[in-house]
Design a protein around this ligand. Structure first.
Ligand SMILES: *[C@@H]1O[C@H](CO)[C@@H](O)[C@H](O)[C@H]1NC(C)=O
Length: 294
């Protein structure tokens, strides 16, 4: 990579390459999401105040703030299974660098909330995209609901600044609220809450409760059971792609829909090769503290 850059003989690029080696480019014709690189026609922005309704196994309606159908997204699960998918280019979990998680076998989760501060800017621009979030996923299918802090670009926009959006991703599509810019040091309160149950159909609201325009409700989906606190990254070439210091997820609360707080021992995954560690400072489901150190 350095040799390629030197052979260009461009002084400006030499200066940049001395700081950090640029990451390989993203696969052509794809956009970056918290589920890796996806085909842009499967990625949908939700109007502010809108929501998503699972109408049946193959159809999702995106509603606008007045409740009118803004977009109909259909999904042919048989065709999806048969066709090569862009997921193969970069599988979902490739980008998960460090995380803590808890699989709930108890009564349904009523709410999962945590608080963390927007980090400093990373010292180098390596074309990286960083995602920090709490999330809940179903037991079997490849879906996720997550209030996400991002640095760098994604399908939602972004750049060399921190910004937030709520994302809902399931095999039939990727949905996000419009990005809202946030500032270093700002406290973020990410929350996912159960707002309705109808048989096997579960409805959740995902948002940063202290950042307007980030609420995303998804009605009639699967039950969500696997909770995580996660650092996900793309285009990282070394330590300078990350902020310095650490991100502390504090006031981490997981309450069941019956009002109880389960006994939680958080499982952790770190990335020792890159010096990224996940530490549980306070266990449990009330005011738990989990730190990701860069
Ligand atoms: C929602 O869509 C309907 C139908 O297109 C429109 O009349 C209404 O003004 C829209 N509401 C908002 C808040 O954009």
């Amino acid at each position: 990579m350095l040799n390629t850059f030197r052979s260009l003989g461009v002084a400006a690029l030499l200066t940049i390459s001395a700081l950090a080696v640029p990451a390989p480019p993203a696969p052509a014709g794809t956009v970056l999401t918290p589920r890796g690189h996806q085909s842009p026609d499967t990625v949908h922005e939700i109007p502010v105040g809108g929501k998503i309704v699972h109408v049946d196994a193959s159809t999702v309606h995106v509603l606008n703030a007045s409740g009118a159908v803004h977009k109909v997204v259909t999904f042919d699960s048989a065709a999806e299974a048969a066709a090569p998918s862009t997921d193969g280019v970069l599988p979902e979990e490739t980008g998960w660098v460090a995380f803590a998680s808890y699989f709930n076998n108890d009564a349904p989760i009523g709410s999962f909330q945590t608080t963390w501060n927007v980090p400093n800017a990373p010292p180098a621009n390596t074309g990286q995209t960083l995602f920090l979030f709490n999330s809940i996923e179903p037991a079997s299918s490849d879906a996720i609901m997550q209030p996400v802090l991002q640095w760098g670009g994604s399908a939602a926009g972004g750049g060399q600044f921190w910004a937030v959006a709520s994302w809902y991703i399931y095999p039939g599509g990727t949905f996000f609220t419009p990005l809202v810019t946030v500032s270093t040091g700002q406290s973020l309160h990410g929350a996912i809450g159960l707002v309705g149950v109808n048989g096997n159909a579960f409805s959740y609201l995902c948002q940063f409760v202290n950042v307007g325009g980030t609420a995303l409700e998804v009605d009639g989906g699967e039950q969500l059971v696997w909770s995580t606190l996660t650092l996900e990254a793309y285009g990282v070439t070394g330590r300078s792609s990350y902020p310095s210091g650490s991100t502390v997820f504090s006031q981490t609360n997981l309450e069941l829909s019956n009002g109880q707080f389960p006994a939680i021992t958080w499982a952790t995954v770190s990335d020792p090769a890159d010096g990224i560690t996940t530490t549980v400072n306070v266990e449990g489901s009330t005011a738990a503290v989990i730190t990701i150190t860069y």
